[in-house]
Design a protein around this ligand. Structure first.
Ligand SMILES: *[C@@H]1O[C@H](CO)[C@@H](O)[C@H](O)[C@H]1NC(C)=O
Ligand SMILES: *[C@@H]1O[C@H](CO)[C@@H](O)[C@H](O)[C@H]1NC(C)=O
Ligand SMILES: *[C@@H]1O[C@H](CO)[C@@H](O)[C@H](O)[C@H]1NC(C)=O
Ligand SMILES: *[C@@H]1O[C@H](CO)[C@@H](O)[C@H](O)[C@H]1NC(C)=O
Ligand SMILES: *[C@@H]1O[C@H](CO)[C@@H](O)[C@H](O)[C@H]1NC(C)=O
Ligand SMILES: *[C@@H]1O[C@H](CO)[C@@H](O)[C@H](O)[C@H]1NC(C)=O
Length: 421
């Protein structure tokens, strides 16, 4: 009796597993299969590789997209396990051109994920109605898709979006703050190589709520700014605590002279990784608006990478003393010039593993206590022609694995204890 009861439920479990795993098990819905075929017919595929350096598949149409076959098995198509609805469409890197206005894409309303990255879709007009029809969408990648214009996000459209990539697009006068305000679930935003006019909402304007966004990762680089000042926009976002949940911030190629590292780090209380590349920024605390309510707390920052940056004012040591949890500090080719900016309080920092100060104009004598930081695994001070120093005796059990001193004035004998490393 017991066995009879167990047997069918065991079978049932196997059936459920078969149905939920492997695309082959789902059967495509007829209307979705038809929409996909009409979509393919509206796409123009390139007939040569020229202008298509990033092509993912073979040149030409989508060979697996055949009538009377299960669309859940077609390349770039994924169906949801139970329902069999098309939940993901990846048509990236295919060099497709064509007009997305009144496209069948927008009939695939069960889509959770859509990528049209690296194609040549017609820029005009921006599909309308368009992406806002895909109300379930969580992941949208339109990077380098050829489209242009700002995504319509007002009125709660696309409010389920978690990740958005608009890199390589001409976004006209997209208001960054409106975008962030409107996409309440957004956690990842990539805006690289965009052409944009950064109109900023007036700080005194109370219409924008001081609600913190869900953004955890923000990457912005290589902007062509047609009007407005980026640092004003960023300052406003910081002042209104919009980015308080940010864990990772990557900024490249921006002039942030009017912003200080203090402000940036103080205003981003959840920040763990900060990457600044080719950025002009001040290291002296300036009493700007965002800094007005400056707290004196330390930051939980774990990684700070500055590469090719220009410190326009002040010295980094005042910033670094606020960062006791740093595990990776890279200041390569950033003009910190002068003595090593890390003060002895660093020795107490138990987590510093990587310190890279390649070619940043360091002078004076390299403080030997840095070699005693127990957690240090990699140290690079190469390319600092006027930096002097001597290697100490290394204690047994030191974590140090990489040491780069070329292009410096380090002198003296190589300690035998280097063999302990
Ligand atoms: C794209 O389609 C829309 C609507 O069908 C049309 O108005 C527009 O002119 C088309 N654009 C191009 C570049 O063909
Ligand atoms: C677009 O951004 C997402 C994160 O939101 C990222 O995972 C994806 O790789 C990016 N796409 C391209 C083509 O780089
Ligand atoms: C940084 O400032 C310098 C000098 O003012 C300027 O030439 C350079 O273009 C700026 N860098 C960026 C990324 O704006
Ligand atoms: C920085 O601030 C000064 C004075 O407020 C202003 O004149 C200048 O345009 C600002 N620079 C940038 C890049 O925003
Ligand atoms: C900030 O913190 C430092 C070190 O903890 C302390 O000496 C200083 O008095 C504090 N300053 C303010 C304004 O609270
Ligand atoms: C870095 O370079 C800028 C521009 O050349 C200069 O104004 C600034 O004082 C330098 N910063 C340091 C810390 O040397």
């Amino acid at each position: 009796m017991v066995c009879l009861h167990h047997f069918p439920s065991y079978l049932l479990l196997v059936t459920v597993i078969l149905a939920t795993s492997g695309g082959g098990a789902s059967l495509c819905h007829q209307d979705q299969s038809a929409a996909l075929l009409r979509l393919e017919a509206s796409f123009r595929f390139p007939d040569t590789y020229l202008n298509c350096p990033w092509i993912a598949f073979q040149v030409g149409n989508l060979p697996s997209w055949k009538e009377n076959t299960n669309c859940c098995t077609w390349e770039g198509v994924t169906c949801g396990g139970m329902s069999g609805h098309v939940t993901a469409l990846d048509q990236s890197r295919q060099c497709i051109s064509g007009n997305l206005s009144s496209s069948d894409i927008f009939k695939l309303t069960s889509l959770l994920s859509l990528s049209l990255a690296y194609n040549y879709f017609d820029a005009n007009p921006w599909p309308n109605p368009g992406f806002e029809k895909l109300t379930e969408l969580k992941y949208l990648d339109l990077s380098y898709s050829g489209l242009s214009g700002a995504l319509p996000v007002e009125n709660g459209q696309l409010s389920n979006l978690i990740a958005l990539n608009l890199s390589g697009l001409d976004l006209k006068d997209l208001n960054l703050e409106t975008l962030i305000d409107s996409l309440g679930s957004l956690q990842e935003l990539y805006l690289g190589n965009v052409k944009i006019s950064v109109s900023s909402t007036n700080l005194a304007d109370g219409s924008s709520a001081h609600t913190t966004s869900s953004l955890r990762e923000l990457r912005m680089w290589g902007w062509t700014i047609t009007s407005g000042h980026f640092d004003t926009v960023l300052t406003n976002l910081l002042f209104r605590s919009k980015l308080a949940n940010l864990v990772t911030l990557y900024l490249s190629d921006f002039d942030l002279k009017n912003l200080s590292l203090h402000t940036l780090i103080n205003s981003l209380s959840s920040l763990q990784e900060l990457y600044l590349e080719e950025v002009n920024i001040s290291a002296s605390p300036i009493t700007d608006l965002a800094h007005a309510s400056s707290t004196n707390t330390t930051s939980g920052l774990k990684e700070m990478t500055m590469w090719l940056c220009t410190i326009t004012r002040g010295h980094l040591d005042t910033v670094l003393t606020k960062l006791p949890f740093l595990s990776k500090l890279t200041l390569d080719v950033t003009n910190i010039s002068g003595p090593i900016p890390v003060t002895e309080t660093f020795a107490e920092f138990s987590s510093l593993a990587v310190l890279s100060l390649y070619s940043c104009g360091l002078t004076g004598t390299f403080p030997s206590w840095i070699f005693c930081i127990k957690s240090l695994t990699s140290l690079d001070v190469s390319g600092n022609e006027n930096l002097c120093g001597e290697l100490p005796e290394f204690v047994e059990g030191s974590a140090l694995q990489e040491l780069m001193l070329s292009g410096t004035k380090f002198s003296g004998k190589i300690p035998e204890s280097i063999g302990n490393l």
